[in-house]
Design a binder for this molecule. Sequence first.
Ligand code: NAP
Ligand code: GDD
Length: 363
Amino acid sequence: MAPPTRRRPSFATARASRGLPGFRRAYHTEESTANMPRALVTGITGQDGSYLAEFLLQQGYEVIGMVRRTSTINFDRIRTFQDRITIVQGDLLDQVSLINILQQHRPAEVYNLAAQSFVPVSFDQPVLTGEFTGLGVTRVLDAIRIVDRSIRFYQASSSEMFGKVQEVPQRETTPFYPRSPYGVAKLYGHWITINYRESYNLFACSGILFNHESARRGLEFVTHKITHGAARIKLGLGDALYLGNLDARRDWGWAPDYVRAMWLMLQQEHPDDYVVATGETHSVREFCREAFDYLGLDWERHVVVDPKFYRPAEVDLLVGDPGKAGRILHWEPSISFREVVRLMVDADMASLRQTGNHSPHVG
Ligand code: NAP
Ligand code: GDD
């Protein structure tokens, strides 16, 4: 059987998301599938993978989502559009699976979002984190080098690479100083992406994304832990919320905005690296206040500091300068910090009211 053809997204489609004239949205029917651009998304079951897949479907893409084998399938975040994408089995630890997927599906674009993405676990499992989050990037890039060098590649890099920050705000030229095995692994992924771009002329981009949140965020991350905890307290399902370092500051944005930036990077004439951030920073304490205030609660009566949530080395302050993304990608965040917090609280209240104590990844 001949491999399916690869298609690049049309220029008109690329212009569309920038709000430029001359765009006609690529609505598709089954018959038109052959003309759709095709993208492979690793990490499609995660927060960003699910939003990116939805965004690409809206742009008229055929989406191939790579999932790893688990004993229990968890497709909560992709359930609403699962029948519109193709799911394939693969693992960042297994390069054969990556080569096979590229050969079979011939995507025009690959978005590498899969990773062990939780910083505390990277201290407990530093070697495995290095395998997934660091070397996994090389496996994908090398699969591209072997199968088809015209594939465009996006690497999910992280503001965690700035760690002990050397400049405020952080931009593309700021020196890196990672403070966790996760940050170190991401830095390796960032540099190997640049190396493959320079060595093999691949269209490979590294998006240095600052924290971005939504109701689909894993419950272990501090934002969702806070909004979910506050909603539980409001509904009488609990009384205390145990947190670690309340002084850490982050640049928190809205996840659906950030997946748009990933796509824009791959629609440019030249591959490059971009910081994606809001340019605002807030402490964990401020996030607590905002969430509890919104529910009419006094956060100081409920939040308890538990040192078990402290990290061996902390990233104290992150705030990005999204100037380059603004100038070149015409990207900007669509909603404010306060709106992010409120949307997450609303979603947790709604899902807790519906399900009792459980908060599925909805919204
Ligand atoms: P997430 O919700 O934790 O999702 C991670 C995804 O990676 C999941 O789909 C997971 O699959 C998959 N995965 C993990 N190990 C894998 C392996 N060995 N093989 C195949 N798939 C594997 O993360 P996210 O928040 O969506 O973030 C997406 C990417 O952006 C990550 O690389 C993260 O490090 C990076 N990033 C995130 C942020 C942020 O604020 N969200 C900021 C900067 C960078 P399972 O469902 O099977 O676990
Ligand atoms: N998770 C968590 N749980 N964090 C807490 C807690 C708690 O109970 N209490 C305080 N914090 C502090 C952490 O010490 C950290 O300084 C901050 O809240 C944010 O923690 P996370 O929400 O776990 O996110 P992160 O900044 O470590 O990492 C996220 O953002 C990175 C981009 O900067 C992840 O999404 C990474 O994958 C991503 O690369």
